[in-house]
Design a protein around this ligand. Structure first.
Ligand code: XMP
Length: 521
């Protein structure tokens, strides 16, 4: 890791990950930690600065998260945001009160101090994003007010001599027009970071650390073909070469040609030096899925079968493998553990896709190797590019673990898999040719189990209906159907009906999420 570190202390704010991302965009490494992190631990990490996040609580409520006064006396610059600003004021003797009404949304903030290092070249009146009910009524001794709004007497405050800064608004969200600038001023001008954290240095350092940790031992990784496991494989291969064994379980529910692409990237003819095992388990999965129509049952069968197949493969390496690797990324760590270590939580159930009991039985280490655990998705993609993984693999859209199974309504058969693969391939190809694929969150063809009557040439047909789905979404929690140009949809319809045997109808799904989901099952 780079030498310069900024710590974000989490007080329950929904934007904590955004704060860390913005700091990293200043080329300064940043980590999120729970607000209970001890002063000794903070000191041992020697951060260049600390940021206190927002949060839903009220500083004077009994069990609200807090911090000790000494946090502000360590000589490390601190920036309090929203709840963090109130906490800083409250702990240092200022007065926080509850306003009769909340201040929420875009707000004009008027700067009161043109010489504040935090604001630097920010405009004297600047739009910021506010979301609070409590407010700072009086600043602590030694502090001055550096900004206010119509409703809020203290929108920003500071004690520059102690390098303590606080803002009531959220500089990390893009609605705050000059927020990134403010964070940049904090990190560079106040904390004195020079900003030398780069993906290329991350890659070099991680490779060095992996070599040191793993030594002559061997590592096993379950490779799904998704971005995270693909980049993990590439990184480990650069570090330890053929001491890495990757097992790619082809469950027969991948998109068209995908299994072969994964094999081309990592197999014996690729640039990566590793032991690549492709387990062609298609028939095993299809057999288990025969007659199953319930979405959750299908998911469970696939999950269990995967563990079985991967487990069988792992057994072959008993006595040789010491570590299991896993493509965990930072949002998994932060979300799953709320600051606790994800391996503690996950190893409860499995390590890198293997049940903990099996891991113990085979004598593998229980803590997985997770080289990407501190990276955000787009950083993972940058690492992938640094390592020379093809663009199509690094920028591929998210694909559900159970694969096409959640895109085939009702029973899964090899024939239906073929139909959905072909239709999906055509849809993706046409969206790419039309130049609209990059703006979409997710887009695919799914197969309904609706049979309908059609006519082709002089024959009546009784075929299946393909459902095309394309959604706009950034967080995958909500989504809207995308407006695909009519001519493109028509072309897809014609091609699918002409080229894919068994399909005689094409529908476009207009449903948003909620009330729908992105996938059909
Ligand atoms: P839904 O359909 O729930 O999808 O709106 C939200 C996102 O999650 C993906 N998804 C899954 N991913 N296993 C996964 O690994 C699953 O069972 C699964 N179901 C949905 C979906 O593709 C979308 O990106």
């Amino acid at each position: 890791m780079g030498k310069e570190l900024i710590i974000v202390l989490d007080f329950g704010g929904q934007y904590k990950q955004l704060i860390a991302r913005r700091v990293r965009e200043c080329n300064v490494y940043c980590e999120i930690h729970p607000n209970t992190l001890s002063l000794e631990k903070i000191q041992a990490m020697s951060p260049k600065g600390i940021i206190l996040t927002g949060g839903p609580n009220s500083v004077f409520a009994e069990d609200s998260p807090t911090c000790s006064r000494e946090l502000f006396e360590m000589g490390i610059p601190v920036l309090g945001i929203c709840y963090g600003s109130q906490l800083m004021s409250y702990r240092l003797g200022g007065v926080v009160e509850t306003a009769p009404s909340s201040e929420y949304g875009h707000t004009e903030v008027i700067l009161d101090a043109s010489d504040s290092l935090l604001f630097g070249d920010v405009a004297p009146v600047t739009t910021c994003w506010m979301s609070h009910t409590d407010y700072i009524a009086r600043v602590p001794e030694g502090f001055r007010v550096t900004a206010h709004t119509d409703k809020c007497p203290v929108a920003a405050l500071e004690d520059a001599s102690r390098r303590l800064y606080a803002v009531q608004f959220h500089p990390e969200v893009l609605h705050t027009a000059e927020g990134t600038k403010m964070l940049q001023h904090f990190v560079k001008d106040i904390c004195g970071c020079c900003g030398d954290w780069q993906m290329s240095s991350f890659v070099e350092e991680t490779i060095r650390d992996l070599r040191e940790k793993i030594g002559d031992d061997h590592v096993l990784l379950g490779l799904s073909g998704g971005v995270d496991s693909t980049v993990t494989a590439a990184l480990l291969s650069r570090a330890i070469g053929d001491q890495l064994t990757c097992v790619f379980v082809d469950h027969g529910l991948m998109r068209k040609n995908e299994g072969d692409e994964v094999e081309r990237t990592f197999g014996p003819d690729s640039d990566f030096q590793l032991n690549f095992v492709r387990v062609n388990a298609q028939n095993r999965f299809y057999r288990r899925l025969t007659g199953q129509t319930e979405p959750e049952t299908k998911r469970k069968i696939i999950g269990n079968e995967f563990v079985e197949v991967f487990g069988d493969e792992a057994r072959k390496h008993k006595g040789k493998i010491r570590y299991i690797a896993q493509g965990t990324i930072y949002p998994d760590v932060v979300e799953s553990g709320d600051g606790k270590k994800s391996d503690v939580i996950k190893s409860h159930h499995n390590v890198g896709g293997l049940p903990i009991e099996l891991v113990r039985e085979l004598g593998f280490e229980e803590t997985p190797i997770e080289p990407l655990r501190m990276l955000f998705k787009d950083e993972v993609r940058q690492v992938g590019r640094e390592l020379g993984i093809p663009r199509e693999l690094v920028y591929r859209q998210p694909f559900p673990g159970p694969g096409l199974a959640v895109r085939i309504v009702g029973e899964i058969t090899p024939e239906k898999v073929r139909i959905v693969q072909e239709a999906d391939y055509i849809f993706r190809e046409e969206l790419h040719l039309a130049g609209i694929d990059e703006n979409l969150g997710q887009y695919f063809a799914a197969l309904s189990n609706m049979h309908s009557v059609g006519v082709m040439g002089d024959h009546r047909t009784y075929g299946l209906a393909i459902v095309l789905r394309a959604v706009l979404t950034s967080d995958f929690m909500t989504a809207e159907a995308a407006e695909i140009p009519w001519a493109t949809l028509q072309k897809c319809m014609r091609r699918i009906i002409n080229e894919v045997d068994g399909v005689n109808r094409v529908l476009y799904d207009l449903t948003s999420k909620p009330p729908g989901t992105i996938e059909l099952e």
